[in-house]
Design a protein around this ligand. Structure first.
Ligand code: LLP
Length: 432
């Protein structure tokens, strides 16, 4: 199986040790499941790898955009993780969950004045400023309040991570950050150092997401350290913090490799330490912001089959009770997933079909070319694996479908609701 929390017992798919067909019955479908133990295991793997390879000051931050709900922030607090947030909405939810916002880093390429004020008011630890205008706006708000606000600068290192275009962010023409190549990175450093109400703590880069490239993070670390040394030499400022962003890839199908977090972090650390030695630098406090690689394989979505349509000589469709509203990544990026017929795991998969949702749109596809047992029919349970990242957080109410609940699984036999299923009332709560 693609992840060690997926097993089969008596022909039934089990997730985190629990019977998925029973869970579908108990909580209804569509249903997002989250394996709490797996989330914790991943946080610990990052914490351990960081401490071992980068030292006790190093800090992994969970990228909230991958998945964001109160219970998850409670788990992040318990696991001693920092977080990255990209909107006042994420800040609000983290705060509601009691997360200590002094360990939060506020990203995005366009924070409004309201966002900046809201973040400072709520004690955000760090801004990650994207451009000079943003530094100016943070400076103005901090000056108004008579404080000195810590911030990092998002720098574009000019590295192609070889992932899908929508999530490649480290190239010079990216909408994010200030590029080293164009001189804008130096410009923003000089500008920031001259501001009395912001304290420049270091640099940040994020090259992309779902990255498997051999040495992408190593190259990014080296480019960023060279920049750090250049700023030291030219402007006498040695940044204490370097954040290398998120992006490690996960296994959606058997074709994807498995990344060993400890090994990957170790490789980046080796490259960073060698660069520091060459440049006469002390290793800065290293941060990384994994999102997907912490929560993706802790997630699974369950659906119930409605109709099976066979168009002889053409194509077969298996329609489920969810849609692109809870599973947008295939429609948006053509992302591959592993779909399983949870209640018939011991039958041969000899029937090819497109698993489709119930939105009024032909592009509402969960996955094409899925092999399922030929007996697939109404009331069967379809499981889509590796849906813990960028599913709930990207879900919509298109066609006025209610968002599924999130049920947490732990200890091999315990389950509880972390996010309730939306109701029809929720759908028009703001209508006046
Ligand atoms: N830090 C920054 C600044 C980011 O922009 C991102 C992701 C991350 C960290 C976390 O990256 P991760 O470890 O999750 O790859 N909706 C897309 C993914 C967009 C990612 C954007 N930035 C998807 O579903 O594939």
């Amino acid at each position: 199986m693609i992840c060690d929390n997926i097993t089969v017992k008596d022909g039934v798919l089990h997730f985190a040790g629990q019977n998925t067909v029973e869970l579908a019955k108990k909580y209804g479908t569509p249903l997002y499941l989250m394996d709490e133990d797996k989330v914790r295991e991943k946080c610990r793997a990052y914490k351990h790898a960081f401490e071992k390879h980068f030292g006790p000051e190093a800090q992994p931050l969970f990228a909230s955009k991958a998945n964001c709900f109160k219970r998850l922030y409670e788990i992040m607090t318990e696991e001693g993780m920092g977080i990255d947030v990209v909107s006042s909405g994420e800040i609000y939810i983290a705060k509601q969950a009691g997360f200590d916002l002094s360990h939060a880093y506020f990203h995005s390429n366009n924070k409004t004045d309201e966002d900046i004020a809201y973040a400072i008011e709520n004690g955000i630890g760090y801004f990650v400023a994207d451009n000079v205008e943003e530094v100016k706006a943070v400076e103005a708000e901090a000056a108004k309040r008579g404080i000195k606000q810590k911030l990092l600068l998002r720098i574009t290192p000019g590295i192609d991570p070889h992932t899908f275009a929508e999530v490649a962010t480290g190239k010079v023409d990216s909408k994010f950050g200030s590029a080293i190549e164009t001189g804008q990175a130096e410009e923003i450093v000089v500008y920031t150092l001259a501001q009395p109400h912001v304290e420049l703590m270091g640099y940040h880069c994020h090259v992309g997401s779902q990255v498997f490239g051999e040495d992408v993070f190593e190259r990014a670390a080296v480019v960023m350290l060279e920049f750090l040394a250049e700023m030291r030499d030219k402007h006498g400022f040695t940044a204490p913090v370097l954040d290398l962003g998120g992006g490690y890839g996960v296994r959606y199908t058997d074709a994807d490799p498995y990344l060993d977090i400890e090994k990957k972090v170790g490789e980046v650390a080796a490259a960073a330490k060698a660069a520091c030695e060459r440049l006469g630098l002390e290793l800065p406090e290293i941060h990384m912001e994994p999102g997907r690689s912490i929560v993706a394989d802790a997630g699974m979505t369950l659906y119930t089959v409605g109709t099976v349509k066979k168009i002889p000589g053409y194509k077969n469709y298996v329609s489920i009770d969810g849609s692109m509203a809870d599973h947008i990544r295939y429609a948006l990026y053509g992302s591959k997933y592993t779909c399983l017929l949870a209640n018939k795991m011991d039958e041969p998969c000899d029937f090819e079909a497109s698993v489709v949702g119930r939105c009024c749109e032909s592009g509402d596809i969960i996955q094409d070319n899925v092999m399922l047992p030929s007996s697939v029919g109404r009331y069967d349970t379809v499981a889509v694996c590796t849906t813990g990242a960028y599913h709930y957080s990207m879900a919509s109410n298109y066609n006025k479908l209610c968002k599924p609940p999130i049920v947490m699984l732990r200890g091999g036999n315990e389950s509880y609701i972390a996010v309730k299923r939306e109701s029809f009332e929720d759908l028009c709560r703001n209508d006046v």
